[in-house]
Design a protein around this ligand. Structure first.
Ligand code: NA7
Length: 596
């Protein structure tokens, strides 16, 4: 009996198996048993684009998990940190509690506040990069110009431009991991006359005004366009430092109490209702106790993951949170009750991203602040003109107008048969389980389409699991000597159908604008489920939803079993009882009594 028939496979049958049926694969009469050990892992190259949170996690996990790896992380900016490098506006902070906005494996207990200023998050990321020596892999000021899939070699061909010298060079990689995020390309408002304004104009996502300059703003007339998270934080931070402040908004907005605030106060034994979230020296001392820190964080994340039911349309949880927010907002607007109708939305809480705005409503109630809801018709050399011809003269105009959230890449990504990713996404951006797109083999996304969660849960745990998914895929390719893996179009179709069935039940699809949606109202930003749902789903990749091509020419899917040995046996080097190491042994729990 031949080897193949012993495996229950004939050559003819193997070649017709869809797993390896691909025009990039070939077959020959070579022996189906390779001349290598089963764990003699082939060299793999992974290139990650972006050194924000996704790229940093990727740097840590790929280098930890994948043997025989060549890893590069190209970052176009001059520093690491992604969104925390780009955004520098006054009042920048993370509205997820600090203790939940950090990596699961890299705890930091010494935050200055329960809601971390952006500069501290950036400092945290610098420490992580330093600790895991990631600058070995990171190339700053290196921008991807284009990426092109080459089927015969099974590699992505990349063109990279150095930001400092302008020089361009080529690179290739087996696997491309795009950690470019979706909130990285600031979007200027399409308002006529923006270029005519003679005062100072700045975008929140391209803040280039030194802190020292703000000291001279005490008599300046400042306009802020937008009431997303950035606009809200900027208004809160600047109102008391400027002459007058006008916030131009075109949509109402729910303003929540800070996320998990009640839980934080309860866990810290603080008085309910307190709004000062700075952490005292004594509290920071308490956090030095690992047991206290761990229990605090666990409780807080447990609480953060307990509110997702409010995102279901018409749910009791939604009604309760709406009533709570409404009461809180009305109280906070007591000084200017005329603002209530201008701010309090008709749509459900979380239709737009729920944004905690400590200090925002209070700032709008100040004597020097105005909330302007009449639409802007144009910008002139002196300020903003509204559709009723009212003119607001301004010295400074801040566009907190968000980001290009179409997921369209600023560089061509050319997949199989010359197809461009942006064309594939012409109608809307989609990726199977947020990770992969048919026609684009060996390409995985960090925070790709449908990655985010609204107010419940932490994005970072999703990012970690997305990287883990990509790492598992790379390990599979390496172990099984696969040249390429590509998600099946029908798997993406099923994912799409699942999302189409899921989202109408949720508040996100109500009538409101948000960066979660594309212009037709399709949800492209949010994971179709809860944060924990994403975590569980990504932990169990369905490898049968991919097609593969093999590096070998035998057409035998088990060629990678090699010569029947492991490397340590073959070379008589290393440990040959490694399975007894503590980290390898899976110790089962012992029932406490025989009847249990
Ligand atoms: P967002 O949340 O996308 O907010 C952008 C804001 O800018 C929003 O209020 C927009 O109004 C407004 N906008 C945009 N274009 C215009 C024009 N042409 N005229 C008037 N107003 C305009 O971006 P952020 O930077 O605040 O936050 C992004 C996310 O980063 C945030 O959710 C966190 O997750 C982190 P609209 O709502 O479209 O009517």
């Amino acid at each position: 009996m031949g080897f193949l028939s012993w495996l229950g496979l004939s050559r003819k049958r193997t070649n017709s198996v869809s797993q390896f049926r691909d025009d990039e694969s070939g077959s020959s009469t070579a022996s189906p048993a390779g001349e290598f050990a089963v764990d003699e892992y082939r060299p793999m190259k992974v290139v990650c684009i972006g050194a924000g949170y996704s790229g940093i996690i990727a740097g840590i996990r790929f280098s930890q998990k994948v043997p025989n790896l060549d890893l590069k992380i190209y970052e176009k900016a001059a520093g690491i940190g992604g969104t925390w490098w780009t955004n520098k506006y006054p009042g920048l902070m993370c509205d997820t509690p600090s203790h939940c906005y950090q990596l699961t494996f890299e705890e930091h207990s010494q935050w200055s506040s329960f809601y971390t200023p952006g500069s501290e998050i950036l400092a945290y990321l610098h420490r992580v990069v330093e600790k895991y020596k990631l600058m070995r892999y990171i190339r700053l000021q290196h921008e991807l110009v284009h990426a092109r899939w080459d089927g015969p070699s099974g590699k992505w061909h990349l063109r990279i431009r150095r930001g400092d010298t302008g020089e361009e060079f080529d690179d290739t990689t087996d696997v491309l991991f795009l950690g470019t995020g979706s909130l990285s390309r600031p979007c200027w408002p399409d308002i006529p006359g923006l270029g005519d304004f003679k005062g100072r104009v700045v975008h929140s996502g391209k803040w280039d005004i030194p802190d020292d300059d703000l000291k001279d703003w005490a008599d300046k007339r400042v306009g802020v366009i937008g009431n997303g998270a950035s606009g809200i934080q900027i208004v809160s931070a600047l109102q008391s430092q400027v002459g007058t402040l006008t916030n131009f908004v075109r949509q109402k907005q729910w303003i929540a109490e800070t996320f998990s605030a009640t839980k934080i106060l309860e866990l810290m034994g603080r008085a309910p209702g307190s709004i000062d979230f700075s952490i005292t020296d004594a509290e920071r001392e308490r956090f030095k106790d690992p047991a206290f820190y761990k229990e605090f964080r666990h409780n807080l994340e447990n609480s953060l993951n307990s509110v997702s039911r409010m995102t279901i349309r018409g749910s009791e949880a939604q009604k309760a949170v709406a009533a709570m927010c409404k009461e809180d907002m009305i109280n906070r607007l007591a000084k200017k009750p005329e603002l209530i109708d201008k701010i309090l939305p008709e749509f459900s809480v979380c239709c737009r991203r729920l944004t905690p705005g400590p200090g925002y409503l209070e700032a709008l109630c100040a004597d020097n602040a105005t909330l302007e809801v009449t639409p802007i018709s144009k910008i002139t050399s002196t300020g903003v003109t509204l559709s009723d011809d009212t003119h607001h003269p301004l010295d400074v105009l801040i566009c907190a107008t968000g980001f290009d959230t179409t997921y369209k890449q600023p560089f061509p990504i050319i997949g199989r048969d010359g197809r461009m990713l942006n064309d594939r996404w012409a109608d809307w951006a989609e990726a199977y389980m947020s990770m992969a797109v048919d026609g684009f083999p060996n390409l995985f996304f960090g925070t790709g389409p449908n990655s985010f969660v609204n107010a419940a849960g932490s994005l970072l745990i999703i990012m970690e699991r997305q990287v883990a998914y990509a790492v598992s895929a790379v390990l599979k390719m390496q172990r099984e000597r696969l040249r390429s893996m590509q998600v099946k179009a029908e798997a993406l179709r099923d994912w799409r159908e699942y999302m189409d069935a899921f989202f109408p039940k949720m508040v996100y699809t109500e009538s409101c604008n948000s960066w979660h949606k594309n212009v037709e109202g399709k949800i492209v930003g949010l994971w179709p489920g809860t944060c924990l749902h994403a975590v569980r789903t990504l932990a169990n990749p369905r490898w049968e939803d991919y097609t593969y091509t093999s590096l070998d020419k035998t057409g035998n899917r088990l060629y990678w079993l090699g010569d029947g040995q492991t490397h340590n046996e073959k070379t008589m080097t290393g440990d040959r009882a490694w399975y007894l190491d503590d980290e390898e042994v899976d110790f089962p729990p012992v029932p406490e009594d025989a009847s249990a």
